[in-house]
Design a binder for this molecule. Structure first.
Ligand code: XBP
Ligand code: MG
Length: 245
């Protein structure tokens, strides 16, 4: 059946934020701190396997030979500055929405489907970026600061379900990565995976439908939007069930 709500991931799903947003912010933070570290695109793509900017920094510094304690301390201070730099990049319009997502969001909202967010990202840049790119479209927004365990743990999605009071079987998730799909599926949600250049090789087989762009002709039928449109017109056919493609 048509979902009551759709929960969107942020990085790589709603916005193209990683390579020209986060990666640039991390490198600027390294430079400001006088550190020699720099992440090129290939290195950063590999590091995306570690969810969370701060754990990503810690993992990096340990891999470069620093002690766990030193890596943690350095990661904490650098991540705070990186988040400020990412907020500035978002405010400067450097982080675009993914092609086609704004149109889909408008159709979902027009069909009376509630919209929410579940992200690992930090609220300092997530909230102003969502407001700038999408206005007040999202009702519940759960960020990395609202949970004790980041994706692939299901906590962020379970928190959206808790706050909305919706049962998992009436809610759909839209994700882009292995960690995100695993988190949504572990929370009991059906999941649409919209891969991108950084997650093309990700294991997202647990998703119900996997596409590479929002314009894929399978997306809307799967979300039963077309059925919803028909249902809104007199003499329309009954809803198509939400397919498990
Ligand atoms: C993706 C992440 C985030 C970002 C960096 O989150 O893993 O950590 O890469 O943002 P999602 P922070 O796809 O769930 O939105 O530095 O704020 O963590
Ligand atoms: Mg993501």
């Amino acid at each position: 059946m048509r979902p009551d709500a759709v929960v969107f991931d942020v990085d790589g799903t709603l916005v193209e934020s990683e390579q020209d947003g986060h990666r640039v912010a991390f490198n600027r933070a390294f430079e400001e701190a006088g550190l020699p570290d720099r992440w090129d695109r290939a290195t950063y793509r590999r590091l995306l396997a570690v969810p969370g900017g701060r754990p990503r920094l810690t993992t990096w510094f340990v891999s470069r030979g620093r002690s766990a304690a030193e890596a943690e301390t350095l990661a904490a201070s650098l991540h705070a500055r990186k988040s400020e730099l990412m907020r500035e990049l978002c405010a400067a319009g450097e982080v675009p929405a993914r092609p086609g997502v704004a149109e889909l969001l408008g159709e979902l909202a027009g069909a009376g489907i509630d919209l929410h967010v579940a992200t690992t990202g930090s609220p300092g840049w997530v909230l102003p970026l969502l407001a700038r790119r999408f206005g007040p479209l999202f009702d519940v927004v759960v960020t990395g600061a609202d949970v004790a365990r980041l994706k692939p743990d299901p906590e962020a999605y379970l928190e959206v379900l808790r706050r909305t009071g919706r049962p998992a079987d009436r809610v759909v998730a839209v994700e882009d990565s292995t960690a995100g799909v695993r988190a949504a599926v572990a929370a009991g949600l059906r999941c649409l995976a919209v891969r991108n250049d950084d997650t093309r090789e990700d294991d997202v087989h647990a998703a119900d439908l996997v596409v590479d762009e929002y314009a894929d002709p399978r997306v809307r039928p799967w979300l039963s939007l077309l059925a919803a449109e028909r249902a809104l017109r007199p003499g329309a056919a009954a809803h198509q069930p939400l397919g498990r493609c």
